[in-house]
Design a protein around this ligand. Structure first.
Ligand code: ADP
Ligand code: MG
Length: 462
């Protein structure tokens, strides 16, 4: 096991006593088929306290759902402990509900029966079940739809049923895992503000809300406190309070400052985050470990070129927030491209702005063959995996190396799926830069021309 960073040195200390859920140094590892195990979450402390909407924000794969599962007792941490009102969660009688992105309704039950289901499971009498469920349906704006079946409802209405079903048991903590991300923009916005109204007016029978999201604005709109998770392994990058009054104005300075701040944290995975703007009291910055192996962001060379050209068009620099907005991109779309641009030295992120560097400028202004050459040089200089593949090919007399050689190395840190994606991206970049090619049939890397020669030889011998 590696040395774990001491997270959360002080922020939670005064709150720890009245925390509903308290996680102490929880870690999660998953076994790999190769017998390696990968760490998905590194030792993390986290408290859920009454009166707060806590948003857990992070790119996909950073371990948000894994964290939620551990905090709700659905999954046991590999190390560390989760407490429910001070008692180990496995031994406690917990009262939480979870709303999932996928609605997860029973298709064979009516709306009313779906909402009644958790009460039935808890043994409530039929009359009480009915009364409480009707009240919840009323609260989420579904009166009149009791007898409908889920398939008759729109996505937004189905998620309302999801909320009613979650709230009907009066959970002490309401957990939500990307509850709005399967909905269209307007429906999501509508549901968000209704949920917020139920919460601020205390109509909602719940003491705390834990919201998992990859949407920065959603977090800043709703949350009293935001924890930003980094990836590889999942860890807290920063943890801060949002003190803007509700309802929040997306255009206000405080709002855009926080959005910019979060972008800055997310686009600099290797840099210790600064303190969030507008914080009361002492620093909120969390400890952070260096990544052990550089992770290739999953961006296409064409996407990187496109972003650089767009930036050039805008005078070489633009606000990340505005860029994402102009492109209708979510962080999961934009971040990999920005990460890739940074990794290659083509752009920098400063104060929430993406700014083109001199070499990025040259790249964006060059014609295609020169672009490939610049990309190749930047890749060899900056990208470890590409350099390693190229060196291995150069040093072998037959100029080929099996994919497994690199998979075994990647496997020590990434999940099997992620290792495979790392290879795919490397192949993508390597081909574009003409650093190497990949023989998919034999699962081997080859020098760029070797593949053609081999095919030609094969044909000759026929
Ligand atoms: P998020 O919700 O932030 O997208 P997850 O918690 O779903 O992230 O996953 C975090 C990481 O853990 C990912 O790399 C994922 O591939 C890996 N992972 C999740 N569940 C499992 C599992 N059961 N076995 C192996 N790896 C897993
Ligand atoms: Mg998830």
């Amino acid at each position: 096991m590696q040395e774990s960073a001491t997270l959360n040195p002080s922020l939670d200390a005064p709150q720890a006593a009245d925390a509903i859920i308290r996680a102490e140094k929880i870690e999660k590892y998953y076994a790999q088929p190769s017998q390696n195990r990968i760490q998905v979450i590194s030792a993390t402390d986290l408290n859920i306290v009454p009166g707060e909407i806590l948003a857990l924000l992070g790119p996909s794969g950073s371990g948000k759902s894994t964290m939620l599962r551990m905090l709700t007792g659905l999954s046991k941490p590999t190390a560390g402990q989760v407490y429910w009102h001070g008692k180990p969660i496995a031994e406690a009688e917990i009262n939480v509900s979870i709303v999932f992105q996928s609605f997860a309704l029973f298709p064979w039950l009516t709306v009313l029966e779906n909402v009644e289901a958790p009460l039935q499971a808890r043994g409530a009498a039929p009359a009480e079940r009915r009364e409480r469920s009707m009240k919840m349906l009323d609260m989420v704006g579904l009166d009149g739809f009791e007898a409908a079946y889920p398939k008759e409802l729109s996505g937004g209405m189905r998620q309302r049923v999801g909320f009613a079903r979650a709230l009907v048991v009066e959970p002490e903590v309401l957990f939500m895992d990307e509850p709005f991300s399967a909905l269209d923009v307007l429906t999501a916005e509508n549901l968000r503000s209704e949920l917020l109204e139920l919460w601020t007016k205390k109509t909602m029978p719940t003491k705390a809300v834990f919201l998992v999201t990859h949407n920065i604005e959603e977090a800043v709109l709703l949350a009293d406190r935001i924890i930003v998770l980094g990836r590889n392994p999942g860890r807290i990058r920063t943890d801060f309070h949002v003190l803007l009054p509700q309802p929040r104005d997306r255009k206000s300075e405080g709002f855009t400052q926080l959005v910019d701040y979060i972008y800055k944290v997310l686009t600099r995975p290797d840099t210790e985050p600064a303190e969030a703007p507008g914080q009361p009291g002492g620093p909120r910055v969390r400890d952070q470990r260096q990544m052990r192996y550089q992770m290739l962001p999953h961006a296409r060379p064409g996407g990187i070129a496109g972003l650089l050209e767009l930036l050039l068009d805008k005078g070489g620099r633009d606000d990340m927030y505005r860029l994402a907005d102009d492109l209708s991109f979510e962080i999961d779309d934009l971040l990999p491209i920005v990460d890739a641009g940074q990794l290659l030295g083509f752009l920098k992120v400063e104060e929430g702005d993406a700014a083109i560097t001199p070499s990025g400028d040259e790249f964006a202004n060059s014609e295609i063959l020169r672009q490939k050459e610049l990309f190749r040089n930047a890749a060899i200089d900056n990208v470890l995996l590409l350099r390693q593949i190229r060196r291995a090919l150069e040093s072998k007399s037959d100029h080929t190396v099996p994919e497994d050689f690199f998979l075994d190395m990647l496997d020590e840190q990434f999940s099997e799926e992620e290792s495979q994606r790392q290879i795919e991206t490397a192949v993508n970049w390597g081909r574009y830069a003409e650093l190497f090619d990949f023989d998919a049939a034999r699962r081997r890397f080859v020098m760029p021309d070797a593949l053609e020669e081999e095919v030609a030889e094969g044909e000759d011998s026929k």
